[in-house]
Design a protein around this ligand. Structure first.
Ligand SMILES: CC(C)(COP(=O)(O)OP(=O)(O)OC[C@H]1O[C@@H](n2cnc3c(N)ncnc32)[C@H](O)[C@@H]1OP(=O)(O)O)[C@@H](O)C(=O)NCCC(=O)NCCS
Length: 289
């Protein structure tokens, strides 16, 4: 008999509380909801691998389709329970991937799942071999490894990655006019780009040349589906390390007020009153290195 899964067997834990609408006539969570719970966790698992689902699948040239889903119900989840929903890679075939799931409440196993996905061409639905780069990502995730790598370099080296990402975040998402986004400073900055295991650029930022030992940092952007995962912090740390290494004594930046908390957590202090820049409220912030 195989041992029952334990919470510590999983890297991905998604926690959510049972909602009123999920209870059935017996006062327990309706069985049909469990597949949904596991699916939510799978979505978080892609994110945890720094994989923006739509563009990631497009890059791989296919998508994962569910072929078979099995849930084994061992106990009942009830109102107010905090569900700890876990998923990880199970068996990997040529085109198939089994995702093993387990749902715990306060460490007690409530249900397990086996979700069989097949990687296939979106249009023809013909199965295809799961790309090696994706297999490597699964392996690294399972082993607790880093899912992104940050590279620093010149605009000539990183423009091809940084520019489309900045356009997506600042121009398309935030409505910054193109002519405001691109300036001559890019050519003189040190840029940083975080890439995922498929080589997709997922976060970026830039460091201007220092004036009297004070560096200016800006254009920090993380792909929307991957925010809150520590990627912005990784880029910030890489640029701060570069500033420190060249002897800068402080970093100055113009923070969007909505991102002020992000910089405050990293040790930046606000200076002066908020002001408007490209129609977005900003505030000056500074950190001593
Ligand atoms: C701002 C931005 C770069 C932050 O990157 P991120 O990858 O989402 O942030 P991280 O996951 O690295 O967060 C690091 C810490 O800051 C916190 N944080 C992130 N964004 C925050 C915000 N807007 N307000 C308060 N705290 C925030 C996180 O909770 C985390 O804290 P923790 O370590 O205590 O858990 C990103 O959200 C982004 O690209 N936003 C859109 C573009 C933008 O506003 N750019 C900034 C222009 S100045």
């Amino acid at each position: 008999m195989t041992a029952l899964p334990q919470p510590a067997d999983f890297r991905l834990h998604h926690r959510m509380r049972v909602r009123w609408s999920e209870l059935d006539m017996q006062g327990v969570v309706f069985n049909g909801h469990y597949l949904n719970f596991f699916d939510v966790a799978v979505g978080e698992w892609w994110r945890d691998m720094a994989l923006p689902y739509a563009s990631g699948m497009a890059r791989m040239g296919g998508e994962f389709f569910v072929r078979k889903a099995t849930v084994d119900y061992l106990a009942s989840a009830q109102m107010d329970d905090l569900l700890d929903i876990c998923v990880r890679t199970g068996r990997l075939g040529n085109s198939s991937m089994v995702i093993d799931g387990a749902l715990f409440v306060a460490g007690r196993l409530i249900a397990t799942a086996e979700l069989l996905y097949v990687f296939a061409d979106v249009r023809t639905k013909v199965p295809a071999r799961i790309p090696d780069a994706f297999r490597a990502m699964l392996e690294r995730h399972a082993q607790g490894g880093a899912m992104t790598e940050v590279t620093t370099g010149s605009w000539a080296e990183l423009e091809a990655d940084a520019a489309p990402l900045r356009r997506t975040v600042f121009v398309d998402e935030q409505g910054v006019p193109e002519h405001e986004e691109w300036d001559a400073a890019d050519a003189h900055c040190l840029h940083a780009v975080a890439r995922n295991g498929l080589g997709q650029a997922v976060a970026t930022g830039r460091l201007l040349p220092a004036e009297h030992g004070v560096a200016k940092l800006g254009r920090m952007a993380v792909l929307k589906p991957l925010r809150g995962l520590g990627l912005g912090e990784q880029v910030l740390q890489a640029l701060e390390a570069a500033a420190r290494a060249r002897g800068d004594t402080a970093v100055l930046l113009s923070a969007q007020v909505g991102a002020q908390g992000f910089y405050a957590r990293a040790g930046y202090q606000p200076e002066g009153e908020p002001y408007d820049e490209v129609g977005i409220p900003h505030v000056h912030m500074r950190k001593r290195l």
